[in-house]
Design a protein around this ligand. Structure first.
Ligand SMILES: [Zn+2]
Length: 287
């Protein structure tokens, strides 16, 4: 199998820590919303979930050696995938790969909201009652593992280079830290940025307690998919300061604790109000 040529883990970790520290600094200097909870317990829980993701992925990779990068190296060795069959300029391949991979994770995000068994897993992310950069790592290990297999399938189909996969994943992780961060961006700048990327104000609506709002704005990095598929909300009905973040049946202290969060998918959940889902046009952009 070909090799990547650099220490992938060290690069990812380095990029993650740098962006995380920048976001924490911005949150301290220009906070957007008042916090409902102190940071200590939430951060311990959210970063605890991140550590459990690391352990789970390490274990799964030992049993089934598949990650998006391993798949890209495998595709390169056996010349599998569209980019290996067709001779396109590298920049075209990178552009297509970036768009397709971003669309695939957008699509995965949508189905985790629509299919009840997947919503059980993804709901862990949505039970956070405050939103800040630490919320970006609050994904249940089962969702991370699902994501690895979905991304790997897309990488195999495209024949994406392993280097691009590492860059793409670093960009998406950086975007998630950015758009979950609790810092203020001037309104005009926010509106310009939103034409291209998902901003914190745009993504916060996705964490609203109201289903008609949290079933919109699914994007991770690029904002185009939400606009294209008409699931884009401009503003929360109650405004950013007053909107409630989290889930209606998880407003107690449970989400602040690691164990509650990890076992949440295995317990029965209350059915969601479906009637509200079709009303999201109230807050959609009409132009
Ligand atoms: Zn979601």
């Amino acid at each position: 199998m070909p090799e990547l040529g650099f220490n992938e883990g060290a690069w990812r970790f380095g990029a993650f820590v740098i962006v995380l520290l920048i976001m924490i600094a911005l949150e301290a200097v220009w906070p957007r919303r008042e916090r409902r909870h102190t940071r200590l317990r939430r951060w311990a829980t959210n970063f605890g979930i991140l550590f459990s993701d690391y352990l789970a992925v390490t274990l799964v990779v030992l049993l089934v050696p598949v990650t998006a990068v391993i798949t890209a190296l495998f595709a390169q060795q056996y010349q599998i995938g569209i980019f290996h069959w067709l001779d396109w300029p590298v920049w075209v391949e990178w552009l297509i790969a970036f768009l397709v991979l971003d669309f695939v994770i957008w699509g995965q995000h949508v189905i985790t909201h629509k299919i009840p068994i997947l919503w059980r897993i993804h709901r862990v992310h949505h039970t956070d009652q405050d939103l800040d950069a630490s919320s970006a790592v609050r994904f249940h290990p089962l969702e991370i593992i699902l994501s690895i297999f979905i991304k790997s399938a897309a990488v195999l189909l495209l024949g994406t280079s392993a280097v691009l996969v590492v860059i793409f994943e670093a960009v998406v992780n950086g975007s998630a830290l950015f758009n979950h961060a609790n810092f203020k961006i001037p309104t005009k700048l926010d509106h310009v940025l939103r034409w291209f990327i998902v901003t914190p104000d745009m993504h916060r609506i996705h964490h609203s307690i109201e289903r008609r709002e949290h079933d919109t704005n699914y994007g991770f990095a690029l904002s185009i998919w939400d606009r294209l598929f008409r699931v884009y909300s401009v503003e929360p009905e109650l405004g950013h300061d007053k909107m409630i973040i989290g889930q209606p049946d998880a407003q107690e202290e449970g989400p602040e604790t690691f164990l509650w969060s990890i076992v949440l998918p295995f317990f029965k959940m209350k059915s969601r109000k479906k009637d509200q889902a079709s009303n999201h046009k109230n807050s959609q952009e009409t132009t």
